[in-house]
Design a protein around this ligand. Structure first.
Ligand SMILES: C[S@@+](CC[C@H](N)C(=O)[O-])C[C@H]1O[C@@H](n2cnc3c(N)ncnc32)[C@H](O)[C@@H]1O
Length: 297
């Protein structure tokens, strides 16, 4: 089958996914083109890349990890902004930290930088080759930072005190909604948390006060106006705030606080948009961060 025949075949059997791909490719090409054009206007002379720069540039990063000599890995995501929203304790001296679903490892390296005595970074989906990325970024950053962060390829259902140990602080950021069994995952994570779980997740149905989750079947939704659902084909459940709190309680956490968005202004605005513009479907989803403690005070 030549390229043209393949195209016709796909058009016949996968018209929607082909059109979505075309739209996504065009979007990303336009974004890249406008970035290149603006860089060209700056006319900055480019010195030859060092061997380390070449190694860094050869990897597709999602995290912007600070490297020695004021450099950063060119990650897709604004990790500094998310870090602010997580409200991690500034001082982690003598604490043990577990980062579940670490990918490039930004939060694990940050915990080490904040003085943690032991940090374990785990992943499976990306590190095992099934997922969107690889472990190459984590390994390179680990080497360049001369880091002592430990790494373990383990699937979340296999996490237990026997397999990984127990940690003062556990991070679960950007992972919950990718899992088919979110409650089971929180139970696994609770079993290895001594003090605090920092949970960051996509949420949906935030206008509802009863616990509820939307079910996304691990498929992208090509016609959604919300970019996340269009592009991501690995989302299973998106909980609302009440469902996150109920699941965390069920998993064994005694005290739970939403730390992002702060106060109720953004949450209220979102509620307003959901109630009055439900057809618009743009503001329906956003992200929240919760701190969940094992002890009641
Ligand atoms: C959206 S990324 C978030 C990465 C990072 N925690 C962050 O907040 O930037 C989701 C991560 O969860 C991991 N993941 C997904 N399913 C997993 C599973 N069943 N077991 C372990 N890790 C998983 C992926 O490999 C990926 O690293």
């Amino acid at each position: 089958m030549n390229r043209f025949q393949r195209f016709l075949y796909k058009l016949r059997y996968e018209p929607v996914s082909l059109l979505v791909r075309l739209r996504n490719e065009t979007e990303s090409w336009l974004a890249q083109y406008s970035r290149r054009a603006s860089l060209r206007k700056l006319n900055i002379p480019r010195p030859p890349l060092s061997a380390t720069d070449q190694e860094v540039m050869a990897i597709h990063w999602v995290h912007r990890i600070p490297l020695p000599e004021g450099r950063y890995t060119p990650g897709d995501w604004d990790t500094a902004q998310t870090l602010e929203q997580l409200q991690l304790p500034e001082d982690l001296t003598d604490k043990t930290v577990l980062d579940v679903g670490t990918w490039d490892g930004f939060y694990a390296f940050e915990a080490e930088r904040r003085g943690a005595r032991r940090v374990l970074a785990t992943d499976h989906f990306c590190w095992s080759g099934e997922g969107w990325g690889t472990r190459a970024g984590f390994d390179l950053a680990h080497r360049l930072l001369n880091s002592k962060v430990e790494a373990l390829d383990i699937d979340i259902p296999d996490i237990s005190p026997e397999t990984v140990g127990v940690f003062d602080v556990v991070l679960l950021t950007g992972v919950l909604y990718h899992l088919k069994e979110p409650l089971q995952a929180l139970e696994r994570v609770a079993s290895v948390t001594k003090e605090l779980l920092v949970l960051e997740t996509l949420v949906d149905l935030t206008f509802m006060s009863q616990p509820a989750l939307t079910f996304h079947r691990g498929r992208s939704q090509p016609f959604s106006l919300y970019r996340h659902w269009r592009l991501d084909s690995t989302t299973w459940f998106a909980p609302n705030e009440a469902a996150v709190i109920a699941m965390l309680e069920q998993a064994g956490f005694a005290r739970i606080q939403r730390v992002h968005p702060k106060g109720n202004l953004l949450a209220r605005l979102n509620h307003f948009l959901n109630v009055f513009l439900p057809f618009f479907n743009v503001q329906r989803n956003y992200r929240m961060v919760f701190h969940a403690w094992k002890s009641p005070e």
